[in-house]
Design a protein around this ligand. Sequence first.
Ligand SMILES: Cc1cc2nc3c(=O)[nH]c(=O)nc-3n(C[C@H](O)[C@H](O)[C@H](O)COP(=O)(O)OP(=O)(O)OC[C@H]3O[C@@H](n4cnc5c(N)ncnc54)[C@H](O)[C@@H]3O)c2cc1C
Length: 445
Amino acid sequence: MSTDQSQPFSSSHYHPYWWEAAPLYQQNHDLTDLKNIDVAVIGGGFTGISAALTLAKAGKKAVVFDQGPIGFGASTRNGGQIGSGNQKIPIGQLENRFGAAKAKVLLNEGVQMLSYLKQLIAQEGIDCDLQEVGRFRGAVKPKHYEAMAREMEALNKRTHVEFQMIPKSEQHREVNTDFYHGGYVLPGDGLVHPGKLHKGITAAAQTAGVILQANTAVTNIKKVAQGFHINTNAGAIHAQDVILATNGYGGTTNSTTERQIVPVGSAIIATEELSSDTVKHLLPNMRAYGNSARAFHYFRPSPDGKRILWGGRVGRWGDHMIQGEKQKNWRAFRHLRDDMVRVFPSLGSAQIEFCWSGLIGYSFDDMPHIGVNEQGIHYACGYCGTGVTRSVYLGAKIAERVISHQSGNTPFGDEPLPSHPFQIIAPKIVPVVERWYRLRDWSGL
Ligand SMILES: Cc1cc2nc3c(=O)[nH]c(=O)nc-3n(C[C@H](O)[C@H](O)[C@H](O)COP(=O)(O)OP(=O)(O)OC[C@H]3O[C@@H](n4cnc5c(N)ncnc54)[C@H](O)[C@@H]3O)c2cc1C
């Protein structure tokens, strides 16, 4: 094996693999042509584009602004793993926080989100390589397996979500490694090509009449007597309502909500094309995969079954990695390749062909939120890394609220988006917390 650590990255491209099959929308208009706007949607990821689609179908004139190409943020950079979003907070904690009845409502709303996404894909005829293949989550310690079994039983009791426990002795029929101590399968979860999903919802939104304004950053939002005055780097417009959908990429408008979300980096690598037999040998059921560690890793086959995509935290060299040239550094991604080879030693000789990263939006209570802030701006955000289903669903829900002027259409809007005294420095301490998590995973604390 080569001692040159950069060698597996020698032919790497530093952009999302997904952008190859689904290039991002780049066009915009002269803002002086945009009159009588009902809703300005800030952010063109799943939240914004799904909100805009719902608005347009109800006859509202919506403009989606993105500071980059439409969908430049997490929505076209993620792992494309879809699920009912129930795994973020342990059920016991959820019940302690909200009581058993409300926790059950929240859990079932998570199940509803996945159904909504699948329905939308079918209704709009979106070609996004939807694969209803299920998810395997591996236990990184023997004691995690027991905790997983209890958690899955609790989930099933409250939601009827199906699951199967896979003991270590049978693990190879799920994943060809001895790294895990068994795990569980959620057969209802699955995979999409996130770039194609975003492109499909965007196309549906455009057909319904949504105006897309790429490469236009909103800089200031001001409540005026009738609606909002919105400044951008390309001029100003007026709109009756505003939906803020900037999530982990926020921080450049004057909205107070953006400061209540902590951006956390996440990165992915994709191998070169391997033989289909190699991928199928390692991942016999070609599912979505993850682990039980605090420092989470996740992986999947590419939609054509020829590559393995592996994701996890951003590297030390990746703290500044979000935009443009600076992330073109293999050192920001080598820890992902090391983790992948630790789980699948046979991938040690594979070249890494794509490397990229993005920002997840975390709320201070680990819960997604929709609502309206004290500036009168509607928002949906804080999906905490399980955001594909959540953002599409809650984007539609926030649009419904704007249309009807009523709340109450989802329990994720019941609680205020929490602030934190450390919110200004929170992004800076995230890498420290991640290192602490890895240490605890390693030491068993
Ligand atoms: C590497 C990675 C892997 C992930 N894997 C998964 C996964 O497998 N499964 C899953 O469920 N979730 C996953 N997620 C999370 C998921 O992608 C997100 O939760 C979801 O896409 C959030 O969508 P969004 O529309 O709210 O935000 P985003 O897609 O981040 O969109 C926000 C947009 O706002 C724009 N913006 C910001 N400020 C302004 C401004 N001032 N003016 C105009 N535009 C602005 C940005 O350019 C950006 O395009 C992952 C995330 C990352 C980064």
